[in-house]
Design a protein around this ligand. Structure first.
Ligand code: ADP
Ligand code: MG
Length: 478
């Protein structure tokens, strides 16, 4: 692969990684190879077999197209071809392989990343066969290597969940059994579950644990039923030291599966094995979850992972940039933390996007780049415009909009006016000149001064910061 192809492909993969679940990424993307892209925007990607090719076409063509367009800055057409990995290292044209018989789903062994994705009627046409990671003391597992405790930024929003997760690695099956983590999407539940696995491996390489998504658990159960091997299934899950199941809200309204899960739970619990679960909602809010499961899920510790506050967002943004070898300027970090909502996956995606863009355009990472890179992201969150800003600020300070726009310099007007300018600069893509134009034709240096003044005050004055955050939220709610 030519160097620039390799670089582009690496950026595309980074982009994709930030958009999908790690399990999906690990299942489908390591085996995909970029053969070429030409200046006309034709991209050719190699897949190992027909099943794989169809899967990619159906599920990931759009994402890959977006990723290439994002990275290359031009429109592209993505084509998938079949070329088994053994065929060579890039452009060699080997005879396309006809569909290799897909392997049964059973348990995908994590130690064989080259194993084919399972294709099986059990999964139904549109359900991804979530890979099950089953481990008994091998370090050879498809955990995301970045999802460790070291890489987890702790703040008030996730402190309890983090402490409990750490505690179960110290003293499994004592204090918190089960440990039930819940919270919105992209807030770090999977990260914490996998961090527990990493920690266990580091401490005791012979520990037997199973980490998998609830969907994979269910798929395996159904597959074992169909093959008449339910006993084997039960053996596998009921004889581990620790069972970690991600996204148990998947059990919502699935009575028969809840029954099976209930028995697995009891068997492990009675044998004093640690159970760790995650879910997008607390036990009692999972739809149609049997009461006996709700109550069992609450036996141990139920900890919520909440959306991060500003300071935690700042720390996470910095950490994510450092992980990619970059330091972001303060104003860029502040811009991101203020404007993006609290989904950490989105924060990560934005950091990545800025870094990739700066590299491709050979530009420094600054506020201007950040604004243009994130225009749609930030404007999507609320479509804020200058008149809304003036309205909200005028209301908040009990002033008239005309006064805000006037050239009067009374003290009671200067701060709110500066706040308007600051909000316009952080919440809209307007330039300094444009903002100045709305305030009695002030020139760009005045706006720049206002913006940096408020930024500075915001750092020093928690009260003002809270006020600004409230105004920004109000505006973004629309
Ligand atoms: P969830 O399972 O709650 O939907 P994930 O665990 O998949 O969320 O987290 C989404 C992304 O955000 C991951 O890349 C993860 O590493 C990152 N992330 C979440 N919380 C933190 C945190 N506190 N510190 C660092 N990264 C985090
Ligand atoms: Mg998750």
């Amino acid at each position: 692969m030519p160097a620039n192809t390799a670089q582009t492909w690496a950026s595309v993969l980074q982009y994709v990684r930030a958009q999908i679940k790690p399990q999906q990424f690990d299942t489908w993307f390591p085996q995909l190879r970029c053969l070429e892209f030409d200046p006309a925007g034709h991209v050719r990607l190699a897949t190992p077999n027909t099943f794989y090719k169809h899967w990619m076409e159906r599920h990931y063509r759009e994402l890959l197209t977006n990723a290439f367009e994002e990275v290359l800055g031009q429109s592209v057409a993505v084509e998938f071809v079949i070329e088994p990995p053994a065929a060579g290292n890039g452009c060699s044209a080997s005879a396309p392989q006809t569909a290799a018989a897909p392997s049964p789903p059973a348990v995908q062994t994590p130690s064989s990343p080259a194993s084919q994705p399972a294709s099986n009627a059990e999964f139904g046409p549109d359900t991804a066969p979530a890979p099950a990671s089953s481990i008994a003391g091998t370090g050879d597992i498809p955990l995301n290597p970045h999802y460790t405790f070291d890489n987890f930024v702790v703040g008030p929003s996730n402190r309890l969940a983090h402490a409990a997760a750490l505690a179960v690695t110290e003293n499994p099956a004592t204090q918190y059994n089960p440990l039930f983590l819940h919270g919105g999407v992209g807030l770090g539940k999977t990260h914490l579950l996998q961090a527990i696995c990493h920690q266990l491996i580091a401490k005791n390489r012979s520990v037997r644990y199973v980490y998998l998504s609830c969907e994979a658990f269910v798929n395996e159960y159904i597959a074992s039923l169909q093959r008449g091997e339910v006993d084997g299934f039960r053996q596998r899950y009921r004889h581990v030291d620790m069972l970690l199941i991600d996204d148990v809200h998947f059990l919502a309204s699935k009575k028969a599966l809840q029954e099976e899960f209930f028995h697995t739970f009891n068997a492990l619990y009675n044998a004093q094995r640690q159970i760790i679960l995650s879910s997008d909602s607390p036990p009692n809010e999972i739809q149609d979850l049997e009461e006996r499961l709700v109550s069992r899920f609450r036996w141990g510790l139920v900890a919520e992972v909440e959306p991060p506050h500003y300071e935690t967002k700042v720390a996470i943004i910095r950490r994510k940039a450092q992980a990619r070898g970059k330091e972001l300027p303060d104003d860029v970090v502040d811009f991101l933390a203020t404007n993006l909502d609290s989904n950490i996956r989105e924060l990560e995606g934005a950091v990545l996007k800025i870094i990739v863009l700066a590299g491709l355009q050979n530009r420094p990472i600054d506020l201007a780049l950040c604004r243009s890179a994130l225009k749609e992201l930030t404007s999507r969150s609320g479509h804020v415009n200058i008149s809304q800003i003036m309205n909200v600020v005028a209301n908040h300070f009990h002033l008239k909009i005309a006064d805000l726009q006037s050239r009067k310099r009374s003290k009671s007007l200067v701060l709110p006016r500066h706040i308007c300018m600051y909000l316009a600069r952080t919440l809209t893509p307007m330039s300094l000149e444009e903002v100045g134009g709305h305030f009695g034709g002030r020139d760009h240096t005045t706006v720049l001064h206002a913006e940096s003044k408020i930024r500075e005050l915001r750092e020093q004055d928690p009260e003002l910061r809270a006020q600004l955050d409230r105004l920004a939220r109000e505006l973004q709610r629309g």
